[in-house]
Design a protein around this ligand. Structure first.
Ligand code: NA7
Length: 557
């Protein structure tokens, strides 16, 4: 074949890279940084017209992270962490996006990223032993390695409210918020949903709108953020100890999301002592954590996620808080979650959420009493009344953890489709690899701690694992890795065993896929924590990559 024919054929098949990464949020950027550092030629495809992933799309009013900013940031560069200055205890979406853009610029990552490219297919070619990736925009690329950095909460759930398409006013999904923002001044607004996104957006919208009606199906537990500007003195004390803080975050100590106190607080009683606590002692501990604020409230009482009695006592404490804050007793009662254990749906972290219901322009419609019948041209018809409004906000959540992966036509060895393999729920080894899909990695995939952890801690650990694995392969002279089917099956059984030992599966939450009609109910994240998970991964590596199979492609010889 002539050289021209060869290059034409190569162009048809797609440009050849060493690795293709899908997604340019925190995970994709760190993967690109490490792969390039290892000398690989990388192509990143990103659907958005900018980097940032979750923080690119979720621009709804009040959007901020529920992990503390000093902990929710990359740890790989000590210089970066010393230089970057967060302004608040919990960073807003615009500030996090600025940080991500800064990282992309500082490490010169943009040149390998193709924006506004939505990946349509990723097929493994058995003969060439390459991943062949195409985008909806017509790009083609091939590489021996394919890394999915597609995020866990990146596909908004299709609004399953009857008649939603008949609403004639503007309607917005929190997860796809317009970049130019929305002006609610003087408007009547309806919000459907009371998850984290709604709980952050409602207090902000309420301050602008003429009238706000919240349509609540399931009330949620929420803890005050007690957000505040970061004081210079505190940051000056914190930064010299950054490495030690990071070590604690990686071990899952000092609060699951990586809080900013180094030592675990001493007030948490031993598990066996919890039920013996007097009401005064119990309340004193909970008050202390409530006053500190944040998701770490769940760590106040040992066994909250393991024992019904401990969980109920903590839930009762929060109910009392809601009842003390919300003046109208009927609204307060409707806001008290009673249908799921506290923590079994992701705990929300708010700024003035319950207080918002004391405003004259805010009203709660309890859908358990008067369900939505349908959305009309100008409002919502419930079983009891028609509620008119001008703007509809859908804070109805995501097709979490598997939505983005299954949105792409992914085919492994022998053309096996990921959609078929996962028809009864996701199956992975360590949330990192899928048996039968060689050289294909999922960052923070189902079966890893992922959404139950500080995402950046998990992302860095996964990317580091992949890089160590690639270095191991290079040293061994192999270039193909896959997960053993048996190791995968055992891992998924373990993931579910761990979840079933907790109260987590009782929440009927998106952790289980329960929010998406027809989605298989499988508890997806690994609930033993990032510390235990890291140890498991290290032990597997020490056991010569137990559960992984390595081989040499024809190309490697
Ligand atoms: P969530 O936590 O899944 O919340 C979605 C909310 O929308 C929740 O209150 C749902 O009620 C409600 N919902 C969904 N569909 C409907 C219909 N059809 N009718 C009425 N209400 C509905 O998503 P978020 O975006 O708030 O948060 C996701 C994560 O993002 C969050 O945990 C953080 O990690 C960041 P339901 O509970 O299903 O009764």
């Amino acid at each position: 074949m002539s050289t021209i024919e060869e290059s034409r054929q190569e162009l048809d098949q797609g440009e050849r890279f060493d690795a293709i990464v899908i997604g340019a949020g925190f995970a994709g950027l760190y993967a690109l940084y490490r792969l390039r550092e290892a000398g690989l030629r990388v192509r990143v495809y990103e659907a958005g017209d900018g980097v940032g992933g979750t923080w690119y799309w979720n621009r709804y009013p009040g959007a901020r992270c529920d992990a503390e900013s000093l902990a929710y940031s990359f740890s790989f560069s000590p210089d970066l962490e010393q230089e970057w200055e967060w302004t608040e205890r919990y960073a807003t979406q615009p500030e996090i996006l600025r940080y991500i853009e800064h990282v992309a610029g500082r490490f010169d990552l943009l040149r390998d990223i193709r924006l506004e490219r939505r990946v349509a297919t990723a097929h493994y070619e058995d003969e060439a032993q390459l991943w062949n990736v195409t985008t909806e925009q017509g790009d083609r690329a091939r590489a021996p390695l394919c890394i999915m950095a597609t995020g866990c909460l990146s596909v908004p759930k299709a609004p399953d409210v009857p008649g939603v398409e008949t609403f004639t006013g503007p309607q917005y999904l929190t997860g796809l918020w317009p970049h130019e923002g929305v002006d609610f001044t003087g408007q009547r607004v309806g919000v459907i949903g009371t998850g984290s996104s709604a709980i952050q957006a409602i207090p902000v919208i309420a301050k602008q709108a003429a009238q706000l009606t919240v349509f609540q199906r399931t009330p949620n537990f929420s803890v005050p953020a007690h957000n505040h500007p970061l004081e210079d003195d505190f940051v000056r004390q914190f930064k010299p100890n950054y490495r030690e803080h990071r070590r604690f975050h990686k071990l899952g100590l000092a609060g699951g999301f990586g809080d900013t106190e180094i030592e675990p607080r001493e007030r948490t009683p031993a598990a066996e002592a919890v039920m013996a606590l007097s009401d005064e002692e119990f309340t004193e501990i909970c008050e202390d954590y409530w006053a500190t604020g944040g998701a770490r409230f769940l760590a106040a009482i040992a066994d909250t996620m393991l024992k019904d009695e401990a969980n109920q006592r903590v839930a009762d404490f929060v109910h009392q808080k809601i009842q003390a804050i919300v003046k109208d007793p009927a609204t307060a009662e409707a806001l008290c979650p009673t249908s799921h254990p506290i923590g079994s749906k992701r705990i929300c972290v708010d700024t003035g959420y319950f207080e918002t219901y004391n405003r004259d322009n805010v009203r709660l419609v309890d859908l358990t009493r008067t369900p939505i019948d349908h959305v009309t041209a100008d409002g919502i018809q419930t079983s009891a009344e028609h509620v008119p409004f001008d703007i509809l906000v859908l804070a109805t959540g995501f097709d979490a953890m598997t939505g983005a992966l299954l949105g792409i036509d992914i085919r492994g060895a022998a053309g096996e489709r990921l959609r078929d393999k996962w028809a009864a729920g996701p199956q992975t080894y360590l949330g990192l690899m899928v048996s039968g899909f060689p050289n294909f990695f999922t960052i923070t995939g189902p079966g890893s701690p992922s959404v139950l952890s500080n995402m950046i801690v998990s992302i860095e650990q996964h990317v580091d694992f992949i890089m160590d694995c690639l270095a191991h392969m290079k040293a061994e002279g192999v270039d193909q890795v896959d997960a053993e089917a048996e190791a995968e099956a055992q891992w998924m059984a373990h993931v579910s065993e761990i979840a079933n030992a907790t109260l987590m599966p009782k929440g009927g939450s998106w952790y289980l896929g329960a929010n998406v009609p027809g989605k298989p109910r499988v508890f997806m994240p690994y609930a033993a924590g990032v510390g235990v998970y890291r140890e498991v991964c290290e032990q597997i590596v020490a056991d010569d990559y137990r559960g992984f199979v390595f081989s040499r492609s024809a190309e490697a010889g």
